[in-house]
Design a protein around this ligand. Structure first.
Ligand code: NDP
Length: 306
């Protein structure tokens, strides 16, 4: 039976480990503070931001939400970011993406002070990642490494295949695996014979945003599969096909009108992998946990205690 890598459990461990660090900072009157900028009324972004703010509260960290209107200009948003950069008590700044079309996202991300860039998206921090220097790492890929390490899945010397080359998941995940001494292949939409390449993987990381596309013939028996994908199935037919008529999933669909699935076929993955992350409850919970880690580390660095 394949081992299920429980992201909720790992998230809780990480949160527990942060508590004494936060208490130490609080004792020095430096409670770590996260500022989240949420532009407009994107319902998905609102849910993500609510969860981030709530996690800060659970941990006794300071958080604030800045909610400019959808119509904001690049210059106005730059002014908000610059004010946050200048505020001593703000350790982390997160600009929730996506931004409205009229806003130059690259300019905004470049404006965030690198030491407060808790998303790890600033080119300075990307450079530090490439050079393996200490700096905030992109949260979801950092979470992938935490899951592997905490489940004692060997990385060094293993073949890792990452499907997806985005700046926020695929590329940083591949670099982090490389720093852990895996032999890494990065795949994308132009990769020929994707199933063949994926079958070489001891560790297969799927981050494409294609519901259940990685089926059994992509998975080497006994591989570890990390499914980063988070896709919402919107039709009963899709749910029935992907979950092989599972009455539980169909009931969930009938209740909520949608069901989540990763990029990997959940049933094939459970049959062929030796360990895997479920969706939901795998990689997802780690993203916020690593954001908290980055914010606490930023406060510690800025106070000179680490
Ligand atoms: P992007 O859309 O930015 O990137 C997708 C990548 O997948 C691209 O590199 C693309 O290739 C590649 N790709 C797409 N289709 C195929 C295909 N048919 N074959 C091979 N490669 C393909 O997505 P993100 O990286 O932002 O996110 C990926 C997934 O991870 C999404 O489902 C997202 O929801 C999820 N996610 C989950 C998080 C979590 O907390 N659990 C956090 C962030 C993301 P190309 O470059 O050639 O176009």
């Amino acid at each position: 039976m394949a081992q299920i890598i429980d992201g909720n459990k790992v998230r809780d461990e990480i949160k527990e480990e942060l508590k004494p660090r936060i208490a130490r900072l609080a004792a020095q009157k430096r409670v770590p503070g996260l500022a989240v900028v949420l532009v407009g009324n994107n319902p998905a972004s609102e849910v993500y931001v609510r969860n981030k703010v709530k996690t800060c509260q659970d941990l006794g960290m300071r958080s604030e939400k800045i909610t400019p209107p959808e119509s904001i200009t690049t210059e106005e948003l730059l002014a908000i970011v610059n004010q946050l950069n200048a505020r001593e008590e703000v350790d982390g700044i997160l600009v929730q993406l996506p931004l409205p079309k009229q806003v130059d996202t690259k300019r905004i991300l470049l404006a965030v002070a690198p030491e407060k860039d808790v998303d790890g998206f600033h080119p300075y921090n990307v450079g530090c990642l490439v050079a393996a220097l200490p700096a905030p790492r992109a949260c979801t890929p950092a979470g992938v490494i935490q899951l592997l390490k905490r489940y004692q899945i060997p990385i060094s010397g293993k073949r890792a295949v990452v499907v997806g080359r985005s700046d926020i998941v695929g590329k940083p995940a591949a670099l982090l695996l490389l720093h852990e001494h895996a032999t890494v292949t990065i795949c994308h939409s132009k990769t020929p014979d994707l199933p063949g390449v994926c079958r070489e993987a001891d560790i297969l990381v799927a981050a494409m945003g294609r519901p259940a596309m990685i089926t059994g013939d992509y998975i080497r028996p006994g591989a570890t599969v990390i499914d980063v994908g988070t896709n919402s199935l919107q039709t009963r037919e899709e749910v029935a096909r992907i979950f092989r008529n599972s009455s539980e999933r169909l009931a969930a669909f009938d209740k909520r009108g949608s069901v989540l699935v990763g990029d990997v076929d959940p049933i094939d993955m459970a049959e062929k992998a030796s360990a895997y992350t479920p969706v939901p409850g795998g990689v997802g919970p780690l993203t916020i946990a690593m954001l908290m880690v980055n914010t606490v580390e930023s406060a510690e660095r800025r106070l000179g205690v680490c």
